[in-house]
Design a protein around this ligand. Structure first.
Ligand code: HEC
Ligand code: HEC
Ligand code: HEC
Ligand code: HEC
Ligand code: HEC
Ligand code: HEC
Ligand code: HEC
Length: 426
């Protein structure tokens, strides 16, 4: 499961920066020639029309006047939920370098005319860039102390330097599956050295509540993604807890939200930047759980009918929306059908849990491929391996993601070992 996962963070470089555009096309070409799939390009985002609002509940903490408490305001009353969330990669999305578990020591690596190394002195971590000539002689040396780390490390980490609220990305990233440092994502095509300033958009998805000052410096209200990003501000709830008609109107429990509003909580960060614009006069930072996110953003048309174009990093939303399961179950399927941020198990158990979720809807009308054939190809009858295989993303090669479009026939199935006639029982 974790094989190649680190390469995943390569996409992050594509989120900002113009250099990224070139690598998108570079990789695109490779994927296209490698794949034999030819499909008509649909440019309409058809899936939006399948969002179902359903029974909408009113919450008092969607009012912008209600204050945030930070995670410290929840932990005393919700010890269990706090612990379970910290086990999820989202509950470990960002930290100070001093709270970061030390990575194994590695040899320097060379990229073009530059040599990169990482040094640890006591608790300090220094990233070093040396410009070298062909004989290996050092022409110039830059040393930068690292302050912050992005990423749980499930796939990898980006490292940031900080000076008076100005954050810059290090050209050195950690790739978990390769177990090594290498150039930061997209820096192969355009090395930005220590010069890329980190903007709010990046931290809106990776940290709790970033805020940009007039001078473009950034204040971080909480590092790791916090409780209130999914539950809304807690000021009223901490003062009084009361269930009214089965729910507490002072705090949002996503499990009790109707249909698409549940997903909107996740869409804050799981909907690709390219897939949306802020609506005129609106800011996504004003979105509160319980609201309709499409009041704050307009969805861009994504060519979702094109199996190549749609398969990019952070593309789970429109893959799911495109699936027959999502469309035909008319609002019953959401991200939380299969993912609970408070229940993160090991790879094997997560898979077993996901298969249970398939069967919860497919108990009556299940797989049409006869069981003996399925078992030959997949002894564990692994629905995911055949219908949700991992594939490389198209914006960056070698960057596998789980295909959430849940197709009948996938290339993974087609390349599985040939059917053999099951042995007759004696
Ligand atoms: C003073 C103790 C206290 C604090 C502080 C507190 N909670 Fe609660 N919370 C409760 C109690 C008691 C309940 C169960 C009764 C209820 O839902 O009203 C609850 C229920 C909830 C629910 C479920 C509501 C539902 O409708 O099912 C959520 C979600 C929740 N809390 C999240 C939070 C978050 C997030 C914070 C921090 C911003 C927080 N709580 C702070 C005591 C607290
Ligand atoms: C639209 C939200 C969004 C933006 C913007 C974004 N990311 Fe991400 N990032 C994600 C999500 C979601 C994942 C999880 C994998 C996925 O869905 O593709 C992720 C994964 C990562 C990972 C791997 C973490 C791990 O260990 O699993 C790193 C590192 C990372 N991003 C860094 C960055 C950096 C640095 C930036 C800004 C320069 C950035 N990302 C911009 C949403 C975003
Ligand atoms: C990424 C989104 C997300 C974050 C962040 C998050 N939660 Fe939750 N939380 C959920 C979802 C989704 C549910 C509903 C789970 C279910 O029952 O399906 C939930 C449920 C809850 C409940 C209700 C549990 C119950 O038994 O009904 C409480 C209380 C709660 N969360 C507290 C917290 C606290 C405290 C934090 C911060 C440490 C936190 N949550 C962070 C998404 C989140
Ligand atoms: C504040 C932004 C934000 C919100 C809101 C959010 N996510 Fe995430 N999510 C992320 C980021 C960033 C990552 C990558 C974390 C990492 O590995 O460092 C991630 C990772 C994940 C993963 C991958 C876990 C793994 O195995 O690596 C799942 C599943 C997920 N989120 C589901 C959800 C669901 C479901 C919701 C809504 C209830 C949600 N997220 C809401 C930002 C967010
Ligand atoms: C919320 C309920 C729900 C869940 C969960 C669910 N499905 Fe479905 N799925 C459906 C419905 C409804 C259909 C449409 C059935 C029909 O057309 O008769 C469907 C259709 C399908 C199809 C046919 C797709 C096509 O294009 O014809 C496949 C394959 C499939 N599901 C596999 C899965 C797998 C594998 C999982 C677990 C990862 C899963 N489903 C989880 C409801 C669900
Ligand atoms: C039908 C079940 C199902 C639904 C619905 C679903 N997922 Fe997943 N998701 C999976 C499975 C299975 C995996 C791979 C196993 C794992 O990592 O837990 C996965 C993995 C992920 C990952 C880790 C990176 C990757 O691609 O392997 C992220 C992030 C994620 N899902 C986000 C989402 C978001 C956001 C939604 C809603 C738009 C969503 N998922 C809806 C089943 C589902
Ligand atoms: C070895 C690969 C494999 C495994 C394992 C597998 N499937 Fe399938 N499934 C297929 C193929 C191939 C088809 C298309 C067969 C056809 O065209 O009739 C299919 C068809 C389906 C359909 C469409 C049924 C219809 O009537 O149109 C559903 C739903 C489905 N599978 C669900 C599942 C679920 C749920 C699981 C796990 C319990 C599962 N599959 C396991 C390969 C697999």
């Amino acid at each position: 499961m974790s094989t190649n996962r680190a390469a995943f963070l390569i996409f992050t470089g594509l989120m900002v920066g113009i250099g990224a555009i070139f690598s998108i096309f570079g990789e695109w070409e490779k994927v296209e020639t490698a794949s034999k799939v030819v499909a008509p390009v649909e440019t309409e985002l058809v899936s939006r029309s399948h969002r179902v609002q359903g029974d909408v509940k009113e919450f008092k903490n969607t009012d912008l006047k209600v204050s945030f408490l930070g995670d410290a305001g929840c932990v005393n009353c919700h010890v269990q939920e706090t612990e379970s969330f910290r086990k999820h990669p989202m509950g470990r999305s960002m930290c100070k370098i001093t709270d970061f578990a030390a990575l194994p020591k590695k040899e320097p690596f060379v990229a073009g005319n530059f040599r990169y190394s990482v040094e640890t002195k006591d608790k300090a971590v220094i990233h070093i860039e040396e410009e070298i000539d062909s004989s290996g002689k050092v022409l110039k040396k830059i040393e930068k102390p690292i302050s912050l780390v992005i990423g749980s490390g499930t796939r990898g980490n980006s490292f940031l330097t900080e000076k008076a609220g100005f954050l810059h990305q290090s050209p050195i990233s950690w790739y978990t599956s390769l177990e090594k440092y290498d150039l930061a994502p997209s820096y192969q095509s355009k090395n930005l050295h220590f010069g890329r300033q980190i903007q709010e958009a990046c931290l809106f998805c990776h940290s709790n509540r970033p805020e940009t000052n007039h001078d473009n410096s950034i204040v971080l209200h909480g590092l790791t993604i916090g409780c209130e990003r999914c539950h809304g501000p807690g000021e009223l709830h901490a003062k009084e807890q009361k269930l009214v008609n089965g729910y507490d109107p002072t705090i949002v429990n996503p499990a009790k939200l109707s249909n698409s509003r549940k997903d909107d909580v996740c869409y804050q960060c799981h909907l690709q930047l390219e897939a949306r614009e802020e609506a005129p006069g609106k800011s996504l930072t004003d979105f509160r759980p319980g609201q309709d996110i499409e009041t704050f953003i307009t969805r861009n048309k994504i060519p979702i009918g094109d199996p190549l174009a749609r398969f990019k990093a952070v593309s789970h939303v429109f893959q799911m929306e495109e699936s027959r399961c999502y469309i035909a179950s008319e609002g019953k399927m959401s991200c939380t059908s299969c993912h609970n941020p408070h229940d993160y198990r090991n790879d094997k158990d997560r898979l077993a849990e996901a298969i249970k979720k398939c069967n919860s809807c497919h108990a009556d009308k299940g797989c049409s491929l006869p069981m003996p054939t399925r078992l030959v190809k997949s002894p564990a009858d692994d629905c995911i391996a055949c219908h949700m295989p991992k594939r490389n993303t198209v914006d960056i090669g070698h960057t596998p993601l789980t295909d959430h479009s849940i197709k009948r026939l996938t290339s993974a199935y087609q390349t599985m070992k040939q059917d053999v006639q099951p042995k007759q029982a004696p």
